[in-house]
Design a protein around this ligand. Sequence first.
Ligand SMILES: NC(=O)c1ccc[n+]([C@@H]2O[C@H](COP(=O)([O-])OP(=O)(O)OC[C@H]3O[C@@H](n4cnc5c(N)ncnc54)[C@H](O)[C@@H]3O)[C@@H](O)[C@H]2O)c1
Length: 255
Amino acid sequence: MGARLQGKVAVITGGCSGIGLATVRRFAEEGARVVVGDLDTTHGPRVAQEVDGLFVECDVTDAEQVEALFRTAFDTYGSVDVAFNNAGISPPEDDSILTTDLDAWRKVQEVNLTSVYLCCKAALPYMLEQKRGSIINTASFVAVMGAATSQISYTASKGGVLSMSRELGVQFAREGVRVNALCPGPVNTPLLQELFAKDPERAARRMVHIPMGRFAEPEELADAVVFLASDESSFITASQFLVDGGISGAYVTPL
Ligand SMILES: NC(=O)c1ccc[n+]([C@@H]2O[C@H](COP(=O)([O-])OP(=O)(O)OC[C@H]3O[C@@H](n4cnc5c(N)ncnc54)[C@H](O)[C@@H]3O)[C@@H](O)[C@H]2O)c1
C-alpha cells in the first residue's frame, strides 16, 4: 500500500466496471477516500465497501444527480480533490454515419460528453474554493485519430471531451485546478469485449494497428490516472494524456 493520494477525496464515475473499477482499487491502495458514482446498483455498494468508500447511485446525464454526487463527497469527507469523470458507453447502434440514427447519436453525446460537462461544472466550485484539484476526463485515442471502423457519435463525443478538458485546463491553470484528458487506446474491459464479441473481424482489424500487439489492461490505465491525480503531475494540465500502446505514434507496426 502506497500513499501517493493520501488525504485526497476522489469522485470516480463509472467506477463499477473496467477502467473505473481498476482506478477505484488503485486510488484506495494509494490512500484516497473514494466516492463511486455509477448507475450500477448491483455492484456499486460492494465496490464501495471493498475500498471502505461510498457508493452514490448516479446517472451522469442528470444534472441534479451529478450535483448530489459531488455534494455527498464534500459533505462526507470534507473536500473534493480529484474528479475522474470516466463513465461512458459505446453501443453497437452507434456505427457509420450512414446507419447511425439521431437517437443513437444523441444518447452517446449525452452519456459521454454532456456528462463530462456536468461533472466538471459540479466539481469546479469545490476545487476553486480549495484552490486545488485535479480533474481527469476520459476521452479516447479516437479523439486524435480517425478509424475506418467508425462509431461516429462516440468519436465525436471524445473529441468534445478532449477539447473541453484542454480549455478548462487553460482557464483554471492559475487557480490551482488541473484538468487533463486521459486518452486510452483499446482496453480489455466489458465495453470493448461486448462490442467485439459481436464483430471479431473488427477486433482483429484494430489489433493490427497497435504496436504492442495487445489491448491494455484496465490496471495500466488506473496507474496513469493515479499519476494525473497525484501531486507528481503538478506541472501537467490541459494535456491529451495518451496511454495507447503506441497507436497514435505508429505508421507501420511490427509483425
Ligand atoms: N475500453 C476501451 O477500449 C476504451 C478505450 C478508450 C476510452 N474508453 C473510455 O473509458 C471509459 C470507461 O470505459 P470502460 O471500458 O471501463 O467501460 P465499462 O463499460 O467497463 O464501464 C463503464 C461504467 O460506466 C457506467 N455507466 C454507463 N453509463 C452510465 C451513466 N449514464 N451514469 C453513470 N454510470 C454509467 C457503467 O455502469 C459502468 O460501470 C469510457 O468513457 C470509455 O469510453 C474505453
